[in-house]
Design a protein around this ligand. Structure first.
Ligand code: SF4
Ligand code: SF4
Length: 211
């Protein structure tokens, strides 16, 4: 159980419990993402190499679960947002986020820029009931600005902030707000993010095991 070298068991269980409250659908998405990461992690950190140290597949799975659930900030490392910002190449430009994300939040300060670009959209932008400062497109799934043929955004230069930080989505609008990973296994960016965090955490656990 090399995860115990990184985080107090009870603290991890508490965090995990909160995540499990997200419901079955979220759990299925989580499992799919973690399985996709496991395949890649086994290529980067082969079990053969660590067999003598007693490392098993279950250890890798536990590390991935930790990487998926917590930010590296908990260990003095970078936030998910910082990691993603440094790796734009992780996005495969598949367009899934534009076709399957809903709602697409628009901050009140972003509306004018969008309307300057396409003024006839005025009636298509409505207030978001959950977040005071935000509006949303009346109709999405897919987003009406997604160009299917070119697989690109028709309003790229003025796209809302939420599209710029994807696959991280900001939840909450108070001090406790933070980013969560959306779409998960369907997004290469999400898989790379959790893989990168898993590698960092795995290497740190091995370092602690050896000292
Ligand atoms: S952020 Fe993810 S879902 Fe969106 S285009 Fe990039 S890889 Fe695809
Ligand atoms: S505004 Fe552009 S980037 Fe944002 S979801 Fe729509 S098509 Fe995608």
């Amino acid at each position: 159980m090399i995860r115990d070298l990184l985080i107090d068991k009870k603290l991890f269980e508490n965090i995990r419990e909160k995540v499990l409250k997200e419901g079955d659908e979220e759990l299925i998405k989580r499992n799919s993402l973690e399985n996709a990461v496991l395949k890649k992690l086994r290529k980067k950190r082969s079990l053969k190499k660590y067999k003598k140290m007693g490392i098993r597949k279950s250890d890798l799975k536990e590390i991935i679960e930790l990487a998926d659930i917590v930010s590296l900030e908990l260990f003095g490392g970078p936030s998910d947002y910082q990691i993603i910002n440094e790796h734009p190449e992780w996005c495969s430009h598949c367009g899934t986020c534009c076709r399957e994300s809903s709602p697409i939040f628009i901050h009140k300060d972003e509306i004018n820029a969008i309307l300057t670009f396409k003024s006839d959209l005025k009636d298509d932008i409505v207030k978001n009931r959950d977040y005071e400062e935000h509006f949303m497109f009346k109709k999405d799934l897919p987003c009406r600005f997604h160009d299917f043929e070119a697989n690109r955004c028709k309003i790229y230069d003025v796209r809302p902030q939420v599209c710029r930080t994807y696959p991280l989505v900001l939840v909450g609008d108070d001090d406790k707000s933070g980013y969560v990973i959306d779409l998960r296994h369907k997004c290469d960016y999400s898989i790379h993010l959790v893989l990168e965090k898993s590698i960092i955490l795995f290497d740190e656990a091995i370092r602690r095991l050896e000292t």
